[in-house]
Design a protein around this ligand. Structure first.
Ligand SMILES: Cc1cc2nc3c(=O)[nH]c(=O)nc-3n(C[C@H](O)[C@H](O)[C@H](O)COP(=O)(O)OP(=O)(O)OC[C@H]3O[C@@H](n4cnc5c(N)ncnc54)[C@H](O)[C@@H]3O)c2cc1C
Length: 472
């Protein structure tokens, strides 16, 4: 009779025991526990980084994180809209030079290819104490590190009658631009005065100028420009200020272009209210007193609104400022919640100086890319036990298209006085902008933030995304 002795039975006959090399046996459940412990240890090392928002900043943020983190770290993108839209093309969509599909990309297959988890559900509320984002479908996403890239909420409601649900058009979102195009076609059948501009507190002036000149070009092409008086309305203290106190000679270039094209302007302007076909504007003097109000008639109006942070980030003490913008330090990191970073239009930047009517500072594409690169490097360092040490240059490089020409400017750094303060105009700017659109959309489709030839070209031009001297 075979004696049943623990440690001398063949393992295949006993599922509760397992043999090791020395022919002593370990209960199987203990093995499972050891394996589970190893898995937990591995998971403890692994970091889960969530990127909230997948616009210009968020999508390239996810791509750069995939390269900057360790292979075992997880990246998840949570966004309201499953589609990427190239926002700088919106002025072209609004005049019918682009269809929305031309500038839209379905992100899910690209993220899957890059091994980035993708959840197209909007955030309802960020709960930073619990490292968790509550989503509008009732689920939540937890994170070890979070990068906020949610862009702006458009504050149309701050001015009576403003916005695409009321009396003015917008080009801030692809859906607005599509609606603005329908309104433009109806306008062309019955032309009248046009008002283009930006509301008080706006920070994004470049697209307002772009749309003004693109419309002007399109009206000439349709041979109805002679029926359309055009006025530019802006809170800027002078034409070409751009929220940056001008770059190079943007004042001279833009004023001259407006004079040459018979476009009138009102600066230091506060929009009081908009009614159907009528905008009431107050002009403010240098000393802040009122110079009186004017009511301007219009057949078509597009006004860029002031921006604020999105609702899920509002009112979180230490994370957001009173307008809901995410507070970050020079490493793009929030001081109160050091596992939270912010990139893009959603971050808080103080205005560059007092102006009679409030003007914000623009956050432009290249500047956002520099924030993204700094954040990717810093998170890469943190998950490896290091400290964040990279600082984005926040250089502003812009191409403002006028339809058949345009102006370009480079501001290094963004705020004056600057090391590079250059602007120029010409037909080449329009061609360069078309080229840039194709190039950027290709980058998003390929899932690559900065191909080697781009970094080489930037190096040759002496334009950097990261500051050299500020480590530490
Ligand atoms: C009309 C226009 C033209 C511009 N043209 C230029 C230009 O030519 N050159 C230039 O340098 N800059 C330009 N800019 C400025 C800037 O480059 C863009 O605004 C850019 O899109 C900003 O990128 P972002 O990632 O910060 O925000 P966005 O691109 O707006 O992305 C925000 C993301 O957050 C998501 N999101 C929002 N709310 C939620 C939520 N609750 N939950 C989850 N996700 C959410 C959105 O779906 C989106 O994916 C332009 C801006 C505008 C408005």
């Amino acid at each position: 009779m075979t004696q049943l002795r623990v440690g001398h039975r063949e393992p295949e006959f006993d599922t509760t025991l397992i043999w090791d090399k020395n022919r002593t046996c370990i209960p199987l459940y203990l093995h499972i526990h050891i394996i589970m412990f190893a898995v937990i240890l591995e998971e403890m090392k692994m970091a889960h980084v969530v990127v909230l928002g997948a616009g210009l900043g968020g999508s390239i943020m996810a791509y750069e994180l995939r390269d900057a983190l360790r292979p075992e770290d997880r990246v998840t993108v949570v966004t309201k809209d499953p589609t990427y839209h190239f926002v700088p093309s919106n002025p072209w969509v609004a005049v019918g030079w682009r269809k929305p599909a031309d500038v839209s990309i379905n992100l899910a297959p690209i993220m899957a290819r890059k091994k980035i988890a993708f959840k197209a559900v909007a955030a309802e509320k960020l709960i930073p104490e619990e490292n968790r984002i509550a989503l509008v479908d009732g689920t939540s996403v937890s994170y070890d590190y979070l990068v906020i890239a949610t862009g702006p909420e458009l504050a149309f409601d701050e001015i009576e009658g403003l916005g695409p649900d009321a009396n003015t058009q917008s080009i801030c979102h692809i859906d607005h631009a599509t609606k603005a195009h329908e309104a433009f076609e109806a306008f062309c059948a019955n032309p009248g005065p046009i008002i283009i501009g930006a509301a008080q507190g706006a920070s994004c002036f470049g697209p307002a100028y772009e749309f003004l000149f693109i419309l002007e070009t399109e009206l000439r092409r349709r041979k109805i420009r002679d029926k359309v008086p055009m006025t530019f309305v802006s809170p800027e203290p002078y034409i070409g200020h751009l929220g940056l106190d001008g770059v190079g000679d943007t004042k001279g270039l833009l004023e001259s272009e407006m004079r040459a094209k018979h476009i009138k302007w009102i600066i230091n302007a506060k929009v009081k209210k908009v009614a159907p076909g009528e905008m009431t504007v107050e002009e403010i003097a240098e000393d802040g007193t009122s110079k009186g109000e004017k009511t301007l008639p219009f057949g078509y109006a597009m006004m860029l609104p002031a921006f604020r942070g999105i609702k899920p980030l509002m009112g979180i003490e230490g994370l957001s400022n009173p307008r809901g913008f995410t507070i970050v330090d020079k490493h793009q990191r929030n001081p109160k919640y050091p596992n939270i970073f912010g990139v893009g239009v959603c971050i808080a930047i103080p205005p560059m100086g007092p102006t009679p009517v409030p003007c914000g500072v623009p956050k432009t594409g290249f500047m956002i890319e520099s924030m993204v690169t700094a954040t990717a490097h810093n998170l890469g360092a943190i998950v490896r036990g290091g400290q964040p040490d990279e600082v984005g240059t926040w250089n502003a490089i812009c191409l403002a298209d006028f339809g058949d020409s345009g102006i370009a400017f480079v501001a290094q750094p963004q705020m004056p006085p600057r090391n590079v303060n250059w602007s120029a105009s010409g037909k080449w700017v329009h061609l360069a902008k078309v080229g840039f659109e194709k190039y950027f959309l290709r980058k998003i489709k390929k899932g690559k933030s900065e191909p080697f030839y781009e970094s080489l070209a930037l190096k040759v031009m002496g334009i950097d995304k990261l500051k050299e001297t500020t480590k530490g």
